[in-house]
Structure formats: C-alpha cells, structure tokens
Write a protein that binds this ligand. Sequence first.
Ligand code: FEO
Length: 401
Amino acid sequence: MQNVIQVTDDLYYLGGNDRRLALFESAFPIPRGVSYNSYLLTDEKTVLFDTVDSAVSEIFFENLESALGGRKLDYLIVHHMEPDHSATFLRVVETYPDVMVITNQKVAMMLKNYFPFSGKNVRLVKEGDSLNVGKRNICFVFAPMVHWPEVMMSFVPEDGVLFSADAFGTFGALGGSIFADELPFERDFLDDARRYYFNIVGKYGVQVQSVLKKAAPLSVKIICPLHGPVWRTGESIDWYLKKYDIWSKYEPEERGAVLFYASVYGHTQNAAEILGAALAKRGVPVKLYDVSVTHVSVLLSEAFRYSHLIFASTTYNNGVFIAMEQLLSDLRAHNFQNRSYALVENGSWSPQAGSLMEKNISEWKNMKKIGETVTVTSSVKEETRKKIEDLAAAIAEDYKK
Ligand code: FEO
C-alpha cells in the first residue's frame, strides 16, 4: 500500500527505507538503515525527481502511481546516475513510455552504459538551463564530484526547493516524520550524517565549496536530498549549511583530541590509556578508539571531527599494524588535512611504526606534528610514562592556543 507524504504544495515524497542492508556501497555499515528518496511535483506537468534503489522499488512504484492519481508522467529528472538512485530508471521509462528524461550529457552516457536504454525521449540540459512546468520553473545547477562527475541539482525558485542529490543526505532510515525539524536530528542523525559526508564526498571538499557558493544567492527554503530527512526551516537549513561549510573546508568541527590505537597484547593500549588520562587531567577532551574494533568509516569521521589526533601503533611485519595502516590510507585518500597530530609507537625488537606513520602523514597537507614520538619497547616503563606525560603536556599546550 502506498505511503506518499506531502512535502509542500504539489510536492510529494515517494521514497522508501532499507533497514536490512548491512553495507552501503559494500563498504559502510549502516545499522540504522538508509532511505532512498524520490519526489514528485504535480504542476501543470508532472515531474519525477530521481528514482530509487531496487531494494525499495515496490513501495516506490505504488507511491508513484498513487501520487500521479491517474495523470501521466511528463518528466523524469535524473540528477545522479549511481544505482542507489537510478536502479529503477528503466522500469520507470518502460512503465511511462511517453516520459521525457531531463538530464545532462554525462548522465545520459552513463544511462546507456548501465541499461539497455535507447536514449529516446531524452532532453539534455546545461548549467543554468531551466524547464517550465506550469506555475514553476526548474533550474539546473551542476555539482560535479558531489559525489560522481555527472551530478547536478535542481532548484525551483517559486517554492525555494533545492533538490540536492547526495548532498545534505545521511545514513539512517526514516520512520514517522521525514522532516529534520520534527526529528532530534542532532541527537539521532548527526553522527551518521557526518560519517556519510566524509566517507561519501569528504574527498571533494573543493567541489562542495563550489556548490555552496552557487547555492548562497538562492533563496533556499526546502532541501530535498536523496537520503535522509527533508530540511524545511531557515534555522535548521542554516545550521546544516554551516556544518557542510566547516566539513568541506577540512576544518575541525570540535576542538579536542581523538586517540587511535592499534594494540596486539594490550601494551600499546596501556600507553594510550595513560596518555588519555594525562590529557584529561590537563583539560583536553579526548576519545579513544581501538582501530581493530571500530569500523574505519567511523574512525575516518571522528578524525575529521576533532582538532588533535594521536596515532598509537605497534610495529607489525616491519610496518604499521594493519588496521592502523588502513585508517591512514583512508585518511590520505580523503585528502585529510589541517590538523595537529602526535605519535606513539611500540616494538619488541625493531620499533618503526612511528617513523613510518610520520613519513606518511608528512605528505598530507598542513599537518603539524606535536612533541616527540613516544617509543614503547614492549611494555610501558616508568621512563616511558614520563615521556607520555611530556607528550600530553605538549598536546595540551597546543590545544589551548
Ligand atoms: Fe546516494 Fe552517490 O549515491
């Protein structure tokens, strides 16, 4: 049975939720599920904004048929070709054979690569083009690499509605209200929204900044993303735009330390715990993560969140412990930058995790090392404790600047 939700005059939410998928993009755990959003505008013409993942295709087609109320579908706008939004594209054009597909050249090429699609009934748009659908116009804003190269957004100036593709989305299924202003978003969604942002588009801060600049002069009253809740109050939109501005500038969202440790027999963990306590004693808020236990998508998000990072790793196969290596590799791949960091290493016969981590991080942009690398030789001794205290003092001094 249909579950269509009205967003504003003539605009309807047709999406659905998947709470069974374990890994989004086969990479990111989503224990709280995810929503796939699609919207229908019923002006003098009917306009479908994107489709959905195949996981929610049945409810989507029931919603679409119901929201159309016997009218034909005139336009399908494809903002983003990734299959979580276009897997049901072909079924839409087969179900509504007269529909005109409105998209850009890159999407059109991808549609032909993904589907046995003839390319018939496609109208290509360029940046700045608009489409009149009756009382309203739909203006197209290109957003390359947010998150694929073909991505575009659209804006309806008469209602102030921005269809933002993946931007401003989040992991986490919807249930009950679909509106951010009716949800405890900061409590229930912000961690997932941050993890979604940094893992999905975090690498492309420059491109996100470019889109934010394009959006600034628009009078945006409602944001309809492809995942997560709809944003419809000025206050909440300003709050979320500010988050995106901070995130895409690679600035820390919070001042504080996050300490990532890799420990095989507990001694590196011991050093990490002593350092954590020494930081707290000096007034530095700190969080500890065992990189072997917490998923790297969470670690990446937490690294982006805080101003000061500490990496503590045992030496393993003459290198950095594998889970720490993965974290560093992921941070590097996401253009991680602009932070202060400190290092702790452990090794029973040839400690070298510290120098290897430092070599890696020194190639990242604007990373400042604090203090000396603390070397633990198998286990923490009294002289090691003293070095850990010295490192905590150096971090605290930098934190308080
Ligand atoms: Fe939600 Fe880039 O797809």
